[in-house]
Design a protein around this ligand. Sequence first.
Ligand SMILES: Cc1ncc(COP(=O)(O)O)c(C=O)c1O
Length: 410
Amino acid sequence: MRLFDQPTLRADFPILNQKHNGKPLVYLDNGATSQKPQVVLDRLAKFYAAENSNIHRGVHRLSQEATDAYERGREVIKEELGFESGAESSHELIFVRGATEGINLVTHGLREQLAEDDEIILTVMEHHANFVPWQVLAQETGATINYIAPLDDGALDLDAWKAAFTTKTKVAAFTHVSNVLGTVNPVAEMVRFARERDVTTLVDGAQALPHGPIDINALDPDFYVFSGHKVYGPDGTGVLLGRRDLLNSFPPYQTGGDMIDIVAVEGSTFRDAPSRFEAGTPNISGGIALAEAFRYMRDIDWEAAHKHENSLLTHATEELEKLEGMKIFGKTRGKAPIVSFVLDWAHAHDVGQLIDTSNVAIRVGHHCCQPLMTHLGVPATARASFAFYNNHDDVEALVAGLHKVKRFLV
Ligand SMILES: Cc1ncc(COP(=O)(O)O)c(C=O)c1O
């Protein structure tokens, strides 16, 4: 049964009980990384206490059990992303270190498939992880990049994005949810539009999945990436879901053990995805614990969780707007629970450091989105980003903390 008993769910995250100088931790930097529920921490501990072994090559019991747990984890995550368990599917799930590595794997793979004058479409709201690898790919291949800026409210300019497609367009890469503006892009429509023009799509889902499972099978992008540490799982884990035929047309990203078919002095042959892209010993405990995070998310009533997250967003936005000199970036309807703002009486970095004395953790800086900052005309913003385990006391603490910063500075 799916539940949303907010205080009980919050209690699943032990770090949130922490106090510093007598003040409770108010963690509003979920966009950077999420906290971990006890079941994920327990799963990591259990692996090392009772199951630790290398996978895929051992014949002994421990190795076989660890292999089973790791491969079952792959299936669990795939199922939560809309793929039928055990069924032949169009996409393979590759374990990677995070969204960044997933995107680099794809741009590396496309190096031999793009040529001079081919075109790539990006948006100006991309995280550097979905920006720089494409720039390097463009430099290496001679392809050019078209960048589509957001509208004033932070929505993607969908008309301009569609108009950017030409017969030379080969790839469109875009974020599902902006980590600064909270904008939720119309991914289904964008993938469909690109597919009709035979354009490969890569969707950066790093900020989308923390707010509930997504039927990626139904969205059907060619590639979808996300980071495990933002979805209540361990650091150094992540997923690249990719179309099998495209993945198998890529050269390996790294080479070594576990990804080969035959190795001989004359040369080596490589296995198909996913093994093709998982050279060496992977993050075994991480993959298993990431699957545990997905099992945990499976038991949450996400409709209720969304309502709760939205109420936090509305509460925070209303209260922040009352502050003098406040400017919030990103005002689209249905946005993710992320509020980026500047105050005309303080630099964002000062706000971040001073509010930390109230034990309120927010993010300040360019959020790895320098092109977006340039577009918005600011060097940095402060950002409060919420998860389902936050509550209205956290919002009140944010607002009280900002008032205290103001009293200190003004
Ligand atoms: C939208 C988006 N894409 C990609 C990334 C990169 O994720 P990671 O550093 O885990 O690879 C982030 C991280 O903040 C992000 O917010």
